[in-house]
Design a protein around this ligand. Structure first.
Ligand code: SF4
Length: 285
């Protein structure tokens, strides 16, 4: 990692000495706990064993976990200490280990998983902005992919993340992830597969429809899509007047109706009450 090109930013930082654009040198964890509010097959009965990593290479202005993604919160740990967290979550009864924002530290998570692979499914909860080469390294240890597909339009991704090439990378990454066979156990808990998330944003519903067109093309029939309506203005969203509000019922309905018309049968939707900052965890590490 003397010249890091792990993620699409390829900033070339010497991570033995300094942080790159992602804001961290090594592994930083802001929180781990049993999370009850992921999609039902992921949170299942006891909760998803989420591990929130600090830093992020994709600088979304509206980030819903802003303090964590900007590496303002969190504790530095080693890969061996991460194995200890995996064991704690397993002992607490987690239905899976859920790696949140892992792309910029995937090489270190892979090192931890080589040392200790949990006996419950491992979920890779990604922004979608990642390189297939990085996914190939960690894929043998991953059971479930939970990627975002944020934008199709280069203009929108440039405006809100500073990266016009978001979709170019996300489409390759999601096509790679979609190869995981979808499997649930008898109680509805996900054991393997992919659930693609899309956060519906204010005034962006036309792009949402394009995202669904793409997903219909590349995902298998039984793949799941999660249409999120939990957007609340956070982070630097105030810089963009159009992002200063939650989405409307009409915007959300338009996207859900389109997904149904495309024939998505495994579709997760959210109630309007999900768009509250109360659902954002306290960052306590
Ligand atoms: S992972 Fe971080 S340091 Fe590496 S290329 Fe991406 S932004 Fe730069």
């Amino acid at each position: 990692m003397a010249h890091c090109e792990l993620c699409p930013v390829s900033c070339g930082a010497d991570r033995d000495k300094t942080a790159g654009v992602c804001g961290v040198r090594g592994l930083t964890v802001a929180k781990y706990y049993l999370h009850p509010f992921e999609e039902p097959p992921v949170s299942h009965k006891n909760g998803s064993g989420t591990v929130f990593f600090g830093g992020c290479h994709l600088r979304c202005a509206f980030c819903q976990n802003y303090d964590v993604s900007r590496a303002k919160r969190g504790k530095e740990i080693t890969p061996s200490e991460l194995c200890g967290i995996f064991r704690e979550l397993e002992d607490a009864g987690a239905d899976n280990v859920n790696l949140v924002t892992p792309d910029h530290v995937s090489h270190l998570i892979a090192a931890a998983l080589r040392e200790y692979k949990p006996h419950i499914p491992v979920v890779y909860n990604s922004s979608g902005y990642c390189k297939v080469s990085a996914l190939e390294e960690i894929d043998p240890y991953i059971d479930v992919y939970l990627p975002d597909l944020k934008f199709v339009s280069p203009a929108l991704s440039q405006r809100y993340t500073g990266r016009s090439d978001y979709f170019e990378y996300a489409k390759e990454a999601i096509a790679f992830m979609a190869k995981k066979p979808n499997r649930l156990d008898g109680s509805g808990k996900i054991l393997s597969g992919v659930i693609v998330r899309h956060l519906v944003m204010p005034q962006c519903t036309s792009d949402s429809l394009r995202a669904l067109d793409f997903l219909r093309e590349i995902l298998p029939e039984d793949a799941s899509v999660s249409l999120m309506r939990q957007y609340v203005p956070m982070g630097e969203a105030a810089r963009f007047p159009e992002l200063a509000r939650k989405i409307t019922d009409r915007e959300y309905r338009r996207v859900v109706d389109y997904a149904l018309a495309l024939g998505f049968s495994n579709l997760y939707t959210q109630d309007r009450s999900s768009a509250e900052t109360a659902f954002i965890p306290d960052w306590d590490l």
